[in-house]
Design a protein around this ligand. Structure first.
Ligand SMILES: Nc1ncnc2c1ncn2[C@@H]1O[C@H](COP(=O)(O)OP(=O)(O)OP(=O)(O)O)[C@@H](O)[C@H]1O
Ligand SMILES: [Mg+2]
Length: 238
């Protein structure tokens, strides 16, 4: 799907400062409903800061963002989740001592749901069938790839309309990356809009339709993957 349709998420001139350090210098992006869009950039470029602002965990010093046409600036993270904009954070952050199923049910309460709907858990297991087989195992006993699935499944229990995924392929072997990219296609087919932050360009290219690069707190590139590659991937330039 192209960006010309209805916008799911629109950010305008976002600026964010950690005290004196300016992490975002005026970032504007737009993600159409049903699209899968990549965000790439080197370490420290501002990618995590951007998705934390977009998910309501950090408040921009200036600029604004809307989700499904609704103004979200200054709105709490919990309200973002309830409205269907859910962040899968960098580094998984699952409860390794709890079972897979408890991660999903207790995770849902973190996302603001008192009790998860059975249908939402069933949907998460449909996307990641092997988690159903491991539902009673402690999450810490699973492989890295399976733990990433738990992190995403937990977000799915919140019934997102859009997922913001921060470096989901981190630490995964290539064959697991391929499986994860396949799951992302299923999510997109289920109508979930995706914004995927990645340093792994080949993975990002596999699972998204187009790409923004963030360079030193600004958008350095906005376009298709072919053009991005043809221009030498502006990922490291300033
Ligand atoms: N909590 C914080 N306090 C102060 N500075 C921070 C904090 N978090 C990030 N920064 C700084 O803000 C800038 C952007 O960081 P950010 O984590 O958004 O980058 P990133 O693109 O996600 O990097 P990475 O690829 O390493 O995850 C960096 O210069 C970083 O050092
Ligand atoms: Mg980051």
């Amino acid at each position: 799907m192209q960006a010309g349709g209805d916008a799911a998420l629109e950010a305008q001139d976002l600026v964010f400062m950690y005290d004196a350090l300016v992490a975002l210098r005026g970032v504007s992006i737009r993600v159409g409903a049903g699209e899968a869009v990549g965000i790439v950039g080197v370490n420290g470029a501002g990618k995590t800061t951007l998705v934390k602002v977009l998910a309501g965990f950090l408040r921009a010093s200036s600029g604004s963002h809307t989700f499904l046409g609704r103004e979200m600036s200054g709105v709490s993270a919990r309200r973002h989740m309830r409205d269907g904009l859910v962040l899968v954070p960098e580094g998984r952050q699952i409860a390794t001592r709890l079972t897979v199923e408890d991660n999903l049910t207790i995770g849902a309460s973190c996302y603001g749901w008192r009790r998860p709907e059975a249908a939402a858990i069933a949907f998460a297991y449909e996307v990641f069938p092997e988690l159903r087989d491991h539902r009673a195992r402690s999450a810490g006993a699973l492989s890295g790839g399976q733990q990433q699935m738990v992190a995403i499944a937990r977000a799915l229990v919140a019934r997102p309309k859009m997922l913001l995924l921060d470096e989901p392929s981190q630490g995964l072997a290539p064959f697991l990356q391929e499986r994860l990219a396949g799951s992302f296609h299923s999510l997109q087919e289920a109508g979930i809009t995706l914004l995927v932050v990645e340093q792994n360009l080949s993975f990002a290219r596999q699972c998204t339709d187009r790409v923004y690069s963030i360079v030193n707190g600004l958008v350095g590139f906005d376009g298709g993957w072919e053009q991005f590659v043809a221009e030498g991937g502006l990922i490291g330039s300033h």
